[in-house]
Design a binder for this molecule. Sequence first.
Ligand SMILES: [Fe+2]
Ligand SMILES: [Fe+2]
Length: 265
Amino acid sequence: MDKTIELVNGVKDIHAMPSVIVKALNIMKKPTASMKELGDIVMYDQSLTIKILALVNSAYYGFSQQISSISIALSLLGMVKVKNIIVAVAMKPMMSNQGDKELWKHSMRVAAGCEYLANVTKIMDSDEAFIAGFVHDVGKLVLHMSNEKLYTKVSAAVNDGADIIDAEHKYFDSDHVKTGSLLAKRWQLPILLANIISYHHNPSLSSIPVPCNLVCLVDKLVQENYNPNNLDKDFIKTLGIDFADIDDLKNTIIQKADLLISELA
Ligand SMILES: [Fe+2]
Ligand SMILES: [Fe+2]
């Protein structure tokens, strides 16, 4: 059997998406989707209610008044943002307990960074950018869950300067792009998300390169071993960003992302 299929089949817990996400995504698929239906999901989940209230009152969104009603919170945030928050909160236990503790944090940083950069550059919808950034590395979950110890070897190799895809191949005979692409198919994720999962390390091969470029850049900016000299200036130009602004952009992204992480943690 193909190694990627074997790895994905081997991690049973990941075969089904958390049910709250399935419910939220199904509601959003309906043309008549209403805020009330989405609100019902939130209200049945106490920890989600608390987190959404904390978030809507946080500096991340910067609303001026104190909000204590969940229905007001939902109408201020809007349906798509609420769906994104549901996904981020619901994936957290899977990502941080069974997977790598840093994976949820990294995914949130890329999500918040993509949302911000999409807002600034207007090259894609910022709510779509958030969720694209959040799921880009979902394939790492499969590798972590199938052999956590082995994945620490991958992380060590990456810290020593190895390319992540090469290191994963060395230890797993597959990589997080392949496992993520297969997972995206099984979870029936929308085409944009599947594409970002498949091409975020190689955006020029994607049929929709712009969103892939955006995720790829933010992913690089939030890495521990970030070095502006390793960034391709022409690539940054394609996103309409001036290379001289890149360090400021990185700092703003980390600041914004950490605000969000501290509210949802
Ligand atoms: Fe990745
Ligand atoms: Fe990443």
